[in-house]
Design a binder for this molecule. Structure first.
Ligand SMILES: *Cc1c(COP(=O)(O)O)cnc(C)c1O
Length: 413
């Protein structure tokens, strides 16, 4: 085992030791808040978090309750009109931001566009930068913005975005979606800002699983998903963070009426809300927002430091057991350099993932060879991971994955 890992995390050497860790786990009780069927080990919380009792309850209250009973009046009576900002304020604690600095709206893709366009006037140079292994939507959106504005898009090599920033605007994931490599937010911010550059952080694979510290790192812009580790539900809206002292200077390129200071005055002249709330553009998806609001109940009173350290301990177990089976590890072995998922490579990764699913173990696959395991600490346990990895070892040893049926690709992997 790796020395660095051993000093930080004591890993179970047997199933009994894994059970002992579950018995003293301060987060173990959170599992009761999830609507997960028996017999499923869900290792895809980094892609679509499972339903929670709270999300389903709020979804019913908004639909069968407020929509049925109050109809259009529910915008006032159920305070739907304030829901984007209310949920943003609850989210702010989870990403180390202040109340008023986060608003929930649109998708990450759209928010990246809004933030990158509004960050350009703050940057010393008109230059857009993205790394070549960045999540595809981040690359496509910057390409589109570059075409629209005539600002050059620089495609930096993996890990070289900061050194090639030269005072421009960089879009960067805090946790790489494939490898789980974690960036050093505070160090990157310091170096970008000293050269007049701006970073827009994509927190999609970090929010809800790491102890993200936007304020402490002096970060000015961020966006991220809520349907991954926050369990907001399929298609749940994303969030926008803009630091309070810059937000009032920003001009969104999509100034819709929901970001207007007085939308129901119906004036022709646009006057933005104060602060980050100006980044809301159109009517919010209330049913999705209601579900997300309920899903966040799971995090009430939960320490993100504990969430982060359990995710890393579970990830370490996964990687050590995967290495023992001869799989190629594609994530940092040092837990402090990782997010909440771990990746391994296998030339037949896809049929392997399909075979695992038949054992009730749900993981995901990223072409061409990557198998990802998401370690959501709020509903997974140590013995459960021990068992899942033992099943994986058996599937590999018996080659039970090696069938035509398992090779047939679905549209969504
Ligand atoms: C999941 C994810 C997205 C998703 O973007 P949407 O526009 O909300 O679909 C974006 N970036 C990263 C890094 C992601 O992991």
């Amino acid at each position: 085992m790796h020395k660095q890992a051993m000093t930080l995390i004591s890993l179970p050497e047997s199933r009994a030791e894994a059970e002992a860790l579950d018995a003293t786990d301060p987060l173990a009780l959170c599992r009761d808040a999830f609507a997960l069927p028996e017999g499923v080990t869900y290792l895809v919380g980094h892609s679509l978090g499972p339903a929670t009792i709270g999300a389903l309850r709020n979804l019913r209250a908004a639909s069968e309750g407020a929509w049925v009973n109050d109809r259009v009046g529910a915008w006032n009576s159920a305070e739907w009109i304030h829901l984007s900002e209310h949920v943003g304020n609850r989210l702010a604690r989870l990403v180390g931001a202040k109340a008023g600095e986060v608003v929930v709206c649109d998708s990450v893709s759209i928010n990246l566009f809004k933030l990158a366009a509004s960050a350009l006037p703050l940057a010393r140079t008109r230059r857009l930068v993205v790394e070549e292994d960045e999540f595809p939507t981040d690359q496509y959106i910057l390409d589109g913005l570059s075409g629209l504005t005539g600002v050059d898009l620089v495609r930096a090599a993996p890990g070289k975005g900061i050194s090639q920033l030269e005072g421009g605007v960089l879009v960067k994931s805090l946790v790489n979606y494939r490898s789980s490599q974690l960036a050093d937010m505070a160090a990157d911010e310091a170096s970008a800002q000293s050269g007049g550059g701006v970073i827009i952080w994509d927190l999609s694979h970090a929010t809800g699983v790491l102890d993200v510290k936007l304020s402490a790192a002096s970060a000015r812009f961020a966006t991220g998903c809520t349907y991954k580790y926050l369990n907001g539900g399929p298609g749940a809206p994303a969030f926008v963070y803009a630091r309070a002292d810059v937000a009032d200077r920003l001009e969104t390129p999509l100034p819709g009426w929901m970001g207007h200071s007085a939308p129901f005055e119906f004036t022709s002249a646009y006057a933005p809300k104060t602060g980050t709330a100006r980044f809301a553009s159109g009517t919010p998806p209330i049913l999705s927002l209601a579900a997300l609001n309920g899903a966040l109940d799971v995090f009430d009173g939960v320490s993100m430091v504990e969430v982060q350290s359990k995710a890393r301990a579970l990830g370490q177990m996964c990687l050590m057991m995967a290495e023992g089976m001869g799989l190629d590890v594609a994530s940092p072995l040092d837990p402090a350099s990782r997010g909440g998922h771990v990746s391994v490579c296998h030339p037949d990764g896809y049929p392997l993932v399909r075979a695992l699913a038949d054992w009730g173990i749900e993981a995901d696959f990223r072409t061409p060879h990557t198998i990802r395991f998401g370690l959501s600490p709020l509903f997974l346990g140590y013995a459960e991971i021990w068992d899942a990895m033992s099943e994986l070892a058996e599937i590999i040893e018996t080659r039970s994955w090696d069938t035509e049926a398992y090779r047939e690709k679905a549209i969504v992997t």
